[in-house]
Design a protein around this ligand. Structure first.
Ligand code: KIV
Length: 277
């Protein structure tokens, strides 16, 4: 039943654009966003009716097995981005600009942004940071590329923070986050991700901005929610932050299926006569 509902919801919807996200905020309609990194999963998530698919640099953690997002390169993001856009018809596809690709100069930021857009066919790019990266944000926006901001816990700055703990608990950091969010909006960003901040701060930012806010670990008073696909599908056992809701336990499902296959091979049950030519 739910699969059929999903197919119908994709058939009848229009391509999601930055304008549609704004309309959703204005209408009080929540925005759904989930990460994907490959063709097969992106195509399922799109068909299920997702509004936004994020090709996150969390690919570094969940696809490559690195401890942080820092090792990701522009070439790797392009590889994942193109794999995702190949499978998506209706969702808006956002690709993360990786660590270091928009910091050295505005010229280098534009060159990398244009390459990612041209070679992936994505709809939008996401950059972490506020005032520190605003010149790059402005320069990329000037080329006509939409940008989603990212404030609060910014995993590309993990070595500065020293941990993945809740951000903006004190008033100085909270005030800076509010002023960064307003600056991103004034500069022309289409939306902003708020990661791991207190829910009352996320509420204030959401009320003060005209562009949508999309939260991860930022509570319910935001315009949309984003999760990492591997976490919400239960593909990894070890990661259980308070904000995560698991919608499936695919780790156990896959272990069981793979063990059944091993058993069938070992016992010569597979392949049967019907499965042979
Ligand atoms: O890389 C990523 O998956 C992200 C989300 C956590 C928002 O940036």
């Amino acid at each position: 039943m739910s699969q059929q509902k999903g197919y119908l919801s994709n058939e009848n919807r229009k391509k999601v654009t930055t304008h549609r996200l704004l309309e959703m905020k204005q209408n009080g309609e929540k925005i759904s966003m989930l990460t994907a990194y490959d063709y097969s999963m992106a195509s399922i998530i799109d068909k299920a009716g997702m509004d936004v698919i994020l090709v996150g640099d969390s690919a570094s953690n969940v696809m490559v097995g690195n401890a942080t997002t820092l090792p990701m390169t522009v070439d790797q993001m392009i590889h994942h981005g193109k794999s995702v856009t190949n499978g998506v018809e209706k969702a808006m596809v956002v690709v993360d600009m990786p660590f270091g690709s928009y910091h050295a100069s505005t010229q280098e930021a534009v060159t990398n942004a244009v390459r990612i857009m041209r070679e992936t066919g994505a709809d939008c790019l996401k950059l972490e940071g506020g005032v520190e990266i605003i010149d790059s944000v402005r320069a990329i926006l000037a080329t006509g590329i939409p940008i989603m901001g990212h404030l609060g816990l910014m995993p590309q700055s993990i070595n500065k923070y020293g941990s993945y703990a809740l951000r903006a608990k004190d008033s100085a950091e909270a005030d800076k986050l509010i002023s960064d969010a307003k600056l991103l909006e004034e500069t022309g960003c289409c939306s902003v991700v708020l990661e791991k901040i207190p829910k009352e701060l996320a509420k204030k930012v959401t009320e003060e901005l005209n562009i949508p806010t999309i939260g991860i670990g930022a509570g319910p008073f935001v315009d949309g929610q984003v999760l990492v696909m591997h976490d919400m599908l239960g593909l990894n056992k070890g990661f259980s932050p308070k904000f995560l809701r698991r919608y499936a336990n695919l780790y156990d499902v896959i272990i069981e299926a793979v063990q059944s296959y091993i058993e069938d091979v070992k016992s010569s049950d597979f392949p049967s006569a019907d499965e042979s030519y």
